[in-house]
Design a binder for this molecule. Structure first.
Ligand SMILES: Cc1ncc(COP(=O)(O)O)c(C=O)c1O
Length: 415
């Protein structure tokens, strides 16, 4: 696929051509072409992903790792090829460090239910006030089981992590730092390089929730030296129901399996069972084969567009969107950190976010409203939730103009 036929990869692609790759962007909502500004919830899927998955189901459908027959081998090659693809996408040197999961949530639960089993009373797990529920609740459940204590790094009024507090909370008792790389509610890009260096200087491993980071910028787990990294395919233009956990080999090899079943075993005997090697030790049962292959195609698609194009388009949308929205009377942006991904959370006067979202929907504009699965963060700011516009590289300034006009209308209707 060549989106930049008339130009080099670093120059801007033709936006019409680019948008035509995403059939769902042509959907009409209440008689208008949708302005899809809910990319942090889930991103739209390009034809390259849809067609690759269809090809698997139409022509290659067979189970993996199980058959000598040709179709099974083709499917296995595609599945394991996607593992290598995702390893290179994340800068991991060894594909065995990539465990396929149902998404970020399952990846974090995997670590909690394996690595975390070594924690005990007196140990501490450090998270932050801006975590998604999927990086809070697994640790709470683990705390109940092991007696380990959950400690929470505060965020500032602007939506940045309080790094001084973080350093003070880090101690010999800390067994894991588990933090969001990019906040889904605020857009804040956390200074993870420094955080990892600080944690490692105390011998503490770090897990990053990368669900909102990988759609926006190149992540290199080796360069970051992060211990665990999780992502969801559906937020990076791939299918739903699939994602992955990256883990350093030394951790993965030391961790016990968590789900039992086919594929994760070496030998099963009623007297006892031995387990497969990594990564298969953590992948019990028939996996989401089409999903994994589709995720690999999404990684290809993103790199085909190029990180520079993605970053420059999104930065433009963020800057333009922030200016346009900040100029609306009574609109307050929640999350004003200097380093942000293309996410704008806001409140419109005293209007409830749900009402604002409903008015926008009638105008064909899709935004997210509510607590965004970050209830403790909303509590921190003393608000019930926000309206959130989140952009992808295929969004346009015209869509932001529609959003701004829709908000003016909502303001006049709801005040
Ligand atoms: C920051 C963050 N972490 C975790 C998740 C959970 O992802 P999933 O539901 O795909 O497992 C999300 C989804 O919104 C998210 O934004």
């Amino acid at each position: 696929m060549n989106l930049t036929a008339a130009s080099s990869m670093t120059s801007q692609p033709d936006i019409g051509t680019l948008r035509s790759q995403f059939p769902a962007l042509q959907t009409e909502v209440h008689g208008k072409e949708v302005a899809y500004l809910d990319n942090a919830a889930t991103a739209q899927k390009p034809l390259a992903v849809l067609e690759r998955m269809e090809q698997y189901y139409r022509r290659e459908n067979a189970n993996v790792h199980r058959g000598v027959h040709t179709m099974s081998q083709v499917a296995t090659d595609a599945y394991e090829g996607a593992r290598s693809r995702m390893a290179s996408f994340l800068g991991a040197s060894d594909p065995r460090e990539i465990i396929f999961t149902r998404g970020t949530t399952e990846a974090i639960n995997l670590v909690a239910n394996t690595f975390g089993l070594g924690f005990s009373s007196g140990d501490e797990i450090l998270i932050s006030e801006m975590e998604h529920h999927s990086n809070i609740v697994p640790w709470q459940l683990l705390s109940e089981r092991t007696g380990a204590r959950l400690r929470v790094v505060p965020v500032t009024d602007e939506g940045e992590l309080d790094l001084e507090e973080f350093r003070m909370m880090l101690s010999k008792r800390t067994k894991l730092v588990a933090l969001v790389h990019v906040s889904n509610s605020l857009g804040t890009i956390n200074p993870v390089r420094r955080i990892i260096a600080d944690a490692h200087s105390m011998g503490v491993p770090v897990l990053l929730d990368g669900a909102q980071a990988v759609p926006h910028a190149k992540v290199d787990v080796k360069e970051l030296d992060v211990d665990f990294y999780s992502l969801s395919s559906h937020k990076m233009f791939g299918p739903t129901g699939v994602g992955l956990l990256y883990g350093k080999t030394e951790h993965l090899e030391a961790m016990p399996p968590w789900q039992g079943g086919g594929d994760m075993i070496e030998q099963v005997d009623f007297a006892g069972t031995t387990f497969n090697e990594i990564p298969h030790k953590f992948e019990a049962g028939t996996p989401h084969i089409a999903g994994v292959i589709g995720m690999g195609a999404a990684a290809d698609y993103m790199e085909d567009i190029g990180w520079e194009v993605i970053a420059s388009r999104e930065q433009d949308l963020l800057t333009y969107g922030t200016e346009r929205l900040a100029a609306i009377d009574g609109l307050r942006i929640v999350g004003t950190a200097p380093q942000k991904a293309a996410v704008i959370s806001f409140l419109l006067g005293n209007a409830h976010p749900y009402d604002v979202g409903t008015v926008l929907d009638r105008l064909g504009i899709a935004v997210r409203t509510g607590h965004h699965c970050t209830q403790p963060l909303m509590k921190r700011y003393g608000i019930p939730g926000t309206v959130r516009a989140s952009f992808a590289f295929y969004n346009t300034r015209e869509e932001i103009d529609r959003l701004a006009a829709g908000l003016e209308r909502a303001a006049s209707m709801l005040s």
